[in-house]
Write a protein that binds this ligand. Structure first.
Ligand code: NDP
Length: 317
């Protein structure tokens, strides 16, 4: 008996993956989704590790991240998406149909949409487990506007473009925003550096690293160390935001499709197509610039429409 070949396999179940699934299912592409399990945090992606989402359109009062992802999932399931709670560890895109191996299953696919996201890097300071989401976050744009950060001093860790962007954003809410950077020079682009240096609400603490967050139930401060003098001191802050980069979840795709130097999937400009015909990418796994749920959902939709067109060009109905 001939092996069953899926029309489209979607890898990843964040906003990009589920939006791709909703569109694919409604277009009779009978999508099969690897939801992910451990890699990338959990099924549902980064939103499942955040609290209130206030910038996803359609929810004027805001919505909890896990709750929002449950709704995405329900909508994808309603139109018949087949889902398995497994991580993908290996793919073979060198011959057709493509082969995808999960924890337990192995499937063949005519087309693939990769939406495995990225994982925000953490520092692993001792109190991180306890205070994560209780004043510690890796996304100022997601969490910065929450009431408990208003009119309080805040801290951003990192010296890249994201750190400057997040620090600038947080100045809308905090009394002062400390940028804590381990060197004496920012990594951020010139224009972003100027933005940080010219913002009177941003104070850059050079040559400084975070030793630990301070607080019992909620962040009340940060213990810092100057790496040139080895002196430590504490500052009072209500929030600590990591901006030390993200790692795209592309381990299984190395050597199979083109990735950039940081490991992000490269798509043809203006499309979601990778260098392998029939393989598409959506969401944070190819986007280190916007990284928002709504932009991920948008590219998930686009990837599905492109996969549908591609399948029909191949005569696969
Ligand atoms: P980057 O890798 O550029 O910067 C990470 C920063 O975190 C660096 O300053 C780095 O320090 C610091 N860092 C890394 N690890 C640690 C650690 N363990 N302890 C302390 N500090 C640490 O990441 P970004 O997210 O800022 O940017 C990623 C990409 O996205 C870049 O190409 C950037 O240009 C782009 N981007 C563009 C934007 C825009 O155009 N508006 C907005 C946001 C991102 P060090 O400098 O010493 O290495």
């Amino acid at each position: 008996m001939a092996e069953d070949v899926k029309k489209v396999v979607i890898i990843g179940s964040g906003p990009a993956g589920h939006t791709a699934a909703i569109y694919a299912a409604r277009a009779n592409m009978e999508p099969f989704m690897y939801e992910g399990y451990v890699v990338g945090g959990s099924a549902g992606g980064q939103l499942t590790t955040t609290t209130d989402v206030e910038n996803y359109p359609g929810f004027p009062e805001g919505i909890g991240g896990p709750e929002l992802m449950q709704l995405f999932r329900k909508q994808a399931a309603r139109f018949g998406t087949e889902m398995v709670a497994e991580d993908v560890h290996e793919v073979d895109f060198s011959s057709r149909p493509f082969r995808i191996k999960g924890d337990k299953t192995e499937v063949l696919a005519h087309s693939v949409i990769i939406s495995t996201g990225a994982t925000a890097r953490r520092m692993g300071v001792p109190s991180e487990e306890k205070l994560w989401n209780n004043g510690m976050s890796a996304c100022a744009v997601c969490d910065g506007a929450l009431p408990f950060f208003r009119n309080k001093p805040l801290a951003v860790i990192g010296g890249g473009d994201t750190a400057v962007e997040e620090a600038s954003y947080l100045t809308k809410f905090g009394t002062v925003v400390y940028m804590i950077h381990r060197r004496d020079q920012l990594r951020a682009s010139k224009i972003m550096q100027e933005r940080a240096l010219n913002n009177e609400k941003i104070t850059i603490l050079w040559d400084t690293v975070l030793e630990d967050a301070v607080g019992d139930e909620f962040v009340t401060g940060a213990r810092l160390k100057n790496i040139k003098t080895n002196e430590t001191h504490e500052i009072e802050v209500a929030g600590i935001f990591y901006a030390i980069g993200h790692t795209p979840n592309t381990q299984p795709f190395k050597g199979q499709i083109d990735l950039d130097d940081s490991g992000y999937i490269i798509v043809h400009p203006g499309t979601q197509a990778t260098n392998v015909a029939g393989v598409f990418a959506a969401g944070d796994v190819h986007d280190h610039k916007y990284r928002q749920a709504v932009t991920a959902a948008g590219t998930g939709c686009a990837a599905s429409l492109e996969a549908e067109r591609w399948l029909s060009e191949q005569g696969i109905e």
